[in-house]
Ligand binder design. Structure first.
Ligand code: KG4
Ligand code: ZN
Length: 367
């Protein structure tokens, strides 16, 4: 058992390799002041683009190639580390193993304690990057490529899952729909850009407006590029639980796309309607949970929280609640995968530190 020093001011080296970003960060915990000292990310987007999604074998090989240089870069200004934090799951098994084995080797050779961090917990803590921090109870919507769920945090150690996706995650739906429409990878930014194009072109198009419909969040004025307005379902919006389902939406997109003979302009209209359908469901479920649990904070996190429309419409929906609730959303660079969020989660759970031999990978790890 190594003799761990305890210091009031601690430095945590965090490692994240659960999917297609090789990431390392250093977090400083000085009493209750916690800050990000470095946050380095090597993205693999270019490697996976031609496959329209993450190719697991290529991802793990790229992590193995990058993990040392990325960590060295993160440690450049802060070499004195007290604790190591690493994502142990959920994620791609080959990718997770690279980060975990690297972190374990470092903990063993430097005789340092190590903390295994759940990737979703990391996403949650991207909202704790700077003060003011969310206050409890906090309602957290996690929307990423691998997971969609609503979580109620009563404290740092009392975290309850209210509901989650029964099939595809929201980000996964963005990626699949983008592929289907031929808009490229990663799907989130591609759909978002296509929806912006639709908005811009529909604003300049002359002619009569389609009947306006009040959606769950912000009402959107639309003009259609086909005879009928493209209309997609809002899956599970009316269900009494907090679960989600996005796979049917993807099939509905396929039918709409075929119906309109894969016309280019209609493609942007479908992208816009798809984005709004996802946003309506996410905001609808979040406000439904807010009415039940009356949280003091509502937090958005995960890769899909980088979506501009979602960020803005959620802000409006939270502001419209009839009691005071503060809205939190991480900066874009902490919305998508990064190691700083893993280090932040570890900083709030330092009591979970253990030795390298106790750390195991679980690609299906639950919150
Ligand atoms: O959290 P993340 O980086 O990785 C996982 O934990 O899965 O999330 C990645 C997901 C991808 O599906 C990507 O398409 C989506 O986040 N995403 C977006 C946007 N940027 C990334 N989705 C919608 N709009 C965006 N701007
Ligand atoms: Zn993630």
């Amino acid at each position: 058992m190594p003799r761990w020093k305890w210091r009031f001011c601690m430095h945590i080296l965090a490692i994240e390799t659960s999917c297609d970003e090789t990431a390392a960060a250093v977090i400083e915990k000085n009493g209750s002041n916690i800050k990000i000292l470095s946050n380095v990310i090597a993205s693999q987007i270019d490697l996976h683009k031609k496959f329209g999604g993450v190719f697991p074998e290529i991802a793990s090989r790229a992590h193995a190639e990058k993990i040392i240089t990325v960590s060295e870069e993160a440690l450049k200004e802060n070499k004195d580390i007290d604790v190591i934090a690493v994502t142990t799951g959920p994620g791609l098994i080959g990718s997770l193993l690279v980060g975990v084995n690297f972190a374990k080797t470092l903990a063993f050779s430097k005789k340092l304690p190590i903390i295994g961090v759940n990737h979703w917990l990391g996403h949650i803590y991207s909202n704790w990057a700077k003060k003011p921090y969310p206050t409890f109870p906090a309602l957290v919507l996690i929307v990423s490529g691998g997971h969609t769920g609503l979580v109620l945090m009563k404290s740092h150690n009392k975290i309850f899952t209210l509901g989650e996706t029964l099939d595809d995650a929201a980000g996964e739906a963005f990626d699949k729909v983008s592929n289907l429409l031929g808009l490229g990878y990663p799907g989130g930014p591609a759909i978002s850009a296509a929806a912006e194009k639709y908005k811009a072109s529909s604003e300049t198009k002359s002619g009569s407006q389609a009947p306006q419909e009040v959606l769950y969040a912000a009402p959107v004025e639309r003009i259609s590029f086909c005879d009928e307005r493209v209309k997609l379902p809002r899956p599970m919006l009316g269900s009494k639980d907090y679960n989600f389902s996005f796979s049917g939406l993807k099939t509905a997109v396929l039918y709409e796309f075929k119906k309109h003979h894969q016309n280019n302009l209609v493609k942007f209209e479908i992208a816009s309607e798809f984005q709004q359908a996802v946003i309506d469901v996410l905001i609808g479920k979040t406000t439904q949970a807010a009415y039940e649990f009356k949280p003091k904070s509502i937090c958005l996190c995960g890769g899909v929280s980088a979506n501009k429309e979602l960020r803005e419409q959620m802000e409006k929906a939270v502001a419209a609640l009839p009691w005071k609730t503060t809205y939190f959303v991480p900066p874009i660079n902490l919305s998508t995968d990064n190691a700083a969020m893993i280090g932040l989660a570890a900083a709030y759970h330092l009591n979970q530190k253990t030795t390298w031999d106790k750390i195991i990978v679980d690609s299906n790890l639950k919150l």
